[in-house]
Design a binder for this molecule. Structure first.
Ligand code: NAD
Length: 363
């Protein structure tokens, strides 16, 4: 009997409108992209580690440079956005250029939500926020997430050179954060063959590149593959809903103030092992993409070892008595997931991630 090669289920696919410029040295395209968007007064957002790039772009933009802001923080606190908004008003800017990781991109998106100003984003990590219409903001310690096309950047410039100085440990965990987007896209409720193709290509690129970057952070071909994989993973994150893994990471990160990328790296093998019995076809595809015969969760844990990821959530500062609270929170308001959630199963999963154990079958 003939079966389709991609999907037997009906699906909906919706493309998101972002222009992408990719390649080593491509930050040189910023002035041209600023012109294309008709920006005459650009505000540059940058992390402290990118002051030299900020100055380079200031020179390149000349009179179209209006000023800079370097105060972005993880989880987009609203008070930081309000401080940046003062500068937006005082400088009468008409466009944003953001250089940095997910935190800087988050601030650009928060300004765009309030102003609808155009954004040009130059990512320097593998978090993928630049490809999504999603914004998480924190007010009074509480993080809320919303979707709006207003926050989706108009232009993303992936300059591989901006990732060369991303420290080896953060490169590895940030890359695992990207793999997590791709993995959960494969079994998402809205999964579709286009996004699944991108997801598998993303896993292939990142799984190969991350150990090479860990051994030699200046390995430009590996950096190129990793950034390519992160781009594709970002498309996955922006296009379909995420499941148990992302719910757990949001809960753990928010409740215990754990670092974003490392939390994703440590939870992913266990969350995938939990879901494995419900998605056998995805597990086979993932094994193929990861270059192993069986046991995709173990292959992901092997990448964690190769990149020197922290030993477990305990090493990130999560308290032992937080395990029960995390389970309770994850069950209270769950995301859609391909496998039903059980308290016992989640407790085993989080315990293993806490201690840095090998992933196994969860009940
Ligand atoms: P980050 O942006 O906070 O960066 C981590 C650290 O690395 C920072 O200290 C930063 O200054 C430094 N850094 C970044 N790039 C560097 C480079 N090339 N060289 C040297 N140092 C560098 O971390 P992140 O993991 O990229 O982003 C996490 C944030 O992004 C979280 O707030 C998360 O919620 C958000 N996020 C949002 C989405 C979304 O779709 N809305 C998606 C992914 C992540």
């Amino acid at each position: 009997m003939y079966e389709t090669s991609f999907s037997q289920a009906p699906f909906v696919y919706e493309a998101l409108p972002t222009r992408v410029v990719f390649g080593s040295g491509m930050r040189s395209a910023v002035p041209e992209e600023v012109s294309r968007l008709g920006i005459s007064r650009a505000l540059i957002l940058h992390g402290r580690s990118h002051d030299a790039v900020h100055q380079e772009l200031q020179r390149a933009l000349g009179e179209r440079y209006a000023g800079a802001f370097d105060g972005a923080r993880m989880h987009t606190p609203v008070d930081v956005t309000e401080a940046a908004m003062k500068q937006v008003a005082e400088l009468s800017i008409d466009g944003i250029v953001a250089i940095g990781g997910g935190s800087t991109t988050g601030l650009a998106k928060a300004i765009a939500l309030r102003t609808d100003l155009p954004q040009i984003v130059l990512p320097s990590t593998y978090a993928g926020s630049e490809m999504t219409p999603i914004l998480g903001e924190t007010r009074g310690g509480l993080k809320t997430t919303q979707r709006s096309l207003k926050v989706l950047p108009e232009v993303v410039i992936y300059d591989v050179d901006l990732t060369l100085d991303l420290p080896a440990d953060l490169s590895g965990t940030s890359g695992m954060n990207a793999i997590a987007h791709a993995v959960e896209a494969l079994y998402a409720r809205e999964a579709n063959p286009v996004i699944s193709a991108l997801a598998l290509q993303s896993v292939r690129a990142l799984a190969r590149a991350l150990p090479a970057i860990s051994a030699d952070p200046g390995n430009r071909p590996a950096r190129t593959d990793a950034l390519y994989g992160a781009w594709l993973a970002g498309i996955c994150l922006g296009s379909v809903g995420m499941a148990l893994h992302h719910k757990l990471c949001h809960t753990l990160g928010g409740s215990f103030d754990l670092p974003h990328a490392s939390t994703h790296a440590l939870v992913l093998p266990h969350a995938l092992a939990y879901n494995a019995p419900a998605v056998p076809q995805v597990m086979a595809q993932l094994c193929d993409a990861l270059g192993v015969e069986r046991d995709a969760p173990a292959a992901l844990q092997a990448i964690n070892r190769a990149i020197g990821a922290p030993a477990g959530l305990a090493a990130l500062g999560m308290p032992q008595d937080g395990i029960a609270r995390a389970v309770e929170l994850a069950l209270a308001n769950p995301y859609w997931n391909p496998r039903a959630l059980t308290s016992d199963g989640l407790t085993q999963l989080i315990c293993d991630a806490f201690h840095g154990n090998e992933p196994r079958a969860y009940g």
